[in-house]
Design a protein around this ligand. Structure first.
Ligand code: NAD
Length: 354
């Protein structure tokens, strides 16, 4: 069946250029709130079917993220099938730029796994519907800066909801994955007086972090971190961090991190709730990056973007309140708020402010 009963996707575009090896799929989930913005993932999918499934899931995720962040944007995503280390070329990126241009602004692209600000600069040679370009080219630059700031706001809101004060001083936070986002998050947490323990499969990432922040403690694995005495668990590596097993082992009272698609299964959200763990939905708290690149469309202003990201604090509290009122998980409450906004029925909860 090609057409589904669900709200999206509105449009799926397959684009190829055999002269440079481009094979791309652009998924536009929804343009109800504005042009569909979402990054380009460059990844060596084993099958075209896997690539299609990924772009459909990711574009839906962006529609929800952008809606809940209060942006005047729909949701979309693109995948380029190939190994970015060997298959990426200027010709391919420019051909991809022409594919994006053919949609005349219905889809706006940005960076994702396997694509970087310098790639967006090349795409922008063919197409005006690009964000996440370098600062030198008028872009917003590395989006991990405000992603981390947004996660920090989500953590403060979680502390407010659970412990009655947004203060993280003396709280113990465990961060799994100290790449771009995890590193910035560590800085915010240390400045707020939190105790930070980290883990990463790449020892060099931990060494780099400890060189800057020697007070950070190190856990030998994600499993050790999760079962250790932390108050807040921040998954900042890959998706699927929250499984039935990891949640059973979890000692933290809050989960709030940057990784996309943290719930390995939707039912894990209910398990977290039953165990009394407050889950700050991933796409709510990690929206700082898309807010940062969206601002580029208006001539990038860091302070303006940061002010918008600060609203994640209020939106998180609205989501926790709604979840409590409706007796559902915060993940489901966030989905409902996003769906309401996409459907055009303004909620009494202040998502528009976010
Ligand atoms: P990154 O690649 O810079 O860092 C990820 C870190 O996680 C790396 O240091 C890596 O070694 C580590 N890692 C990978 N697998 C691991 C594992 N199994 N256990 C422990 N550590 C592991 O990525 P990033 O930009 O910091 O993004 C982190 C997460 O946040 C990703 O899931 C990303 O999709 C999500 N996210 C990022 C942004 C952004 O603006 N960068 C925005 C929204 C969401």
């Amino acid at each position: 069946m090609i057409f589904s009963q669900n709200a999206g996707p509105e449009q799926v575009v397959f684009s190829q250029d055999n002269s440079c090896g481009l094979k791309a799929i652009i998924g536009i989930y929804s343009t109800a709130l504005g042009p569909a913005l979402g990054g380009t993932r460059f990844y060596p999918y084993e099958t075209e079917q896997q690539a299609l499934q990924d772009v459909l899931n990711l574009s839906r995720g962006m529609a929800y993220k952008n809606a809940l962040a209060g942006l005047e944007l729909g949701g979309g995503k693109a995948v380029i099938i190939g190994d970015p280390r060997t298959d990426k070329s200027e010709a391919l990126l420019r051909a991809y730029g022409r594919a994006v241009a053919s949609l005349s602004g219905r889809y706006i692209t940005a960076c994702d796994v396997g694509t970087y600000v310098e790639d967006m600069d090349v795409v922008a040679q063919e197409c005006e519907w690009v964000t996440g370009r370098s600062r030198a080219n008028g872009g917003a630059g590395d989006s991990s800066v405000l992603t981390a700031y947004g996660v920090f706001q989500g953590m403060r809101a979680s502390a407010q909801w659970l412990w009655g004060a947004d203060d993280l001083e003396g709280r113990h936070v465990g961060i799994a994955g100290v790449g771009k986002v995890g590193r910035h998050l560590t800085k915010h947490l240390l400045e707020a007086g939190a105790i930070v323990t980290v883990t990463d499969i790449d020892p060099a990432a931990v060494d780099r972090l400890r060189a800057a922040y020697p007070e950070v403690q190190v856990s030998r694995s994600v499993e050790t971190l999760v079962s250790g005495p932390v108050d807040v668990y921040a998954p900042c590596a890959l998706g699927g961090a929250l499984t039935f097993e990891s949640v059973d082992a979890l000692r933290a009272q809050v989960v709030c991190g940057a990784a996309n698609n943290q719930l390995a299964h939707p039912a894990v959200a209910e398990l977290l709730r039953n165990r009394g763990v407050l889950y700050a939905p991933d796409y709510l708290v990690n929206a700082g990056g898309v807010i940062q690149v969206e601002d580029e469309r208006h001539g990038f202003d860091f302070e303006r973007a940061k002010a918008k990201v600060s609203q994640i604090f209020a939106t998180a509290l609205s989501v926790f309140e709604l979840a409590d009122e409706q007796g559902v998980s915060p993940a489901l409450a966030a989905d409902r708020l996003a769906e309401e906004r996409i459907a055009g029925s303004a909620s009494r909860h202040p998502v528009e402010a976010a």
